[in-house]
Design a protein around this ligand. Structure first.
Ligand code: ADP
Ligand code: MG
Length: 291
């Protein structure tokens, strides 16, 4: 048969295989721990563009600043952001056991499909390829000497990738990011519902891009409307409100130059919001107190 095609299908990340090709697992993937990783947190939202990747990156950096061994895994296979956010773009090495070696910056270990395909290329994959890539990213990365916490930056939506992740790894919990806009909150609630259906603990909601403080007149503007909409959604759905990240040009600019807020301006109010959320999460998922 078409061996090369089968190989490509089973190995979408293109990892070289030595010796015989392992048989594909049949049926549903098994839920198992990620080797060397103590706790896994998913950062999610049903809507795109609400700041998941920005929040996920800053939380991973905040965990590292708190003294934890921290990593981030970019699960947004069709729109990876971690290479840009961490200013990394080398091709990762493979270990002798064909495991991907993460790239590290600012003390955080990172892995993204963007390192393998290049940031400018689009992936055109059908479901099975996507699901196999998700499996490889989850289970074929060697996280150095281990991680206390791994942050998963999820793609938008409540589709195949999200379900496949919840079926394959034991998540310590999910953080849902939303702006205060009614449409975003509506979708965030759908995300919450999905995690409840698959029995993933909900750690709470992060409100992002809520208030803009004008640097000239110092007046506050609730850019996406009523800033208590997210608080109300939390109350209605029994969720914790984890924090409120303001809309600030530095957060966007620092992210796009590959040095997110927590490392770019560690003393700022904005960085403190991320540090406080990470501290709350650490206690919620029972991370041992950091050194
Ligand atoms: N709090 C914020 N203040 C300013 N810009 C932000 C903020 N959060 C996110 N952004 C910007 O909004 C855009 C979308 O953020 P991103 O993290 O890529 O969202 P998602 O991963 O949900 O698609 C990016 O340009 C990012 O820099
Ligand atoms: Mg993203």
């Amino acid at each position: 048969m078409h061996t090369s095609r089968v190989l490509q299908h089973e190995n979408p990340l293109g990892l070289p295989r030595t010796g015989t090709i392992p048989r594909m697992q049949r049926g549903l993937p098994q839920k198992r721990p990620i080797k060397g990783v103590a706790k896994v947190i998913a950062v999610s939202s049903a809507k795109g563009g609400v700041g998941k990747s920005t929040v996920a990156a800053n939380l991973a950096l905040a965990f590292a600043r708190l003294g934890y061994r921290s990593g981030i895994l970019d699960m947004d296979v069709f729109g990876p952001s971690i290479p840009t956010l961490f200013n990394l773009d080398e091709a990762p090495r493979l270990t002798a056991h064909n495991q991907l070696v993460p790239l590290t910056n600012y003390g955080v270990q990172t892995m993204s499909i963007g390192y393998l395909v290049g940031s400018g290329s689009a992936l055109v994959w059908r479901g099975p390829m996507l699901l196999k890539a998700v499996q490889q990213l989850l289970h074929e990365v060697e996280w150095g000497c281990g991680l206390d916490v791994l942050v998963l930056d999820l793609p938008p939506g409540t589709g195949d990738t999200q379900l496949s992740i919840t079926q394959q790894v034991e998540l310590a919990g999910a953080v849902v990011v939303t702006t205060p806009h009614a449409l975003a909150v509506q979708d965030a609630v759908k995300g919450v519902d999905m995690f409840r259906k698959v029995a993933v603990p909900l750690l709470g909601l992060v409100q992002n891009m809520s208030v803009f403080r004008c640097p000239h007149c110092h007046g506050d503007t609730a850019v996406f409307g009523s800033s208590d909409r997210v608080q109300r959604a939390c109350a209605d759905h029994g969720l914790d409100f984890l924090g409120d990240v303001p809309l600030h040009p530095n957060i966007g600019e620092d992210a796009s130059r590959g040095k997110p807020t927590v490392v770019a301006e560690p003393q700022s109010e904005r960085a403190k919001v991320f540090m406080d959320i990470a501290t709350t999460l650490a206690s919620k998922i029972d991370l041992p107190s950091s050194s």
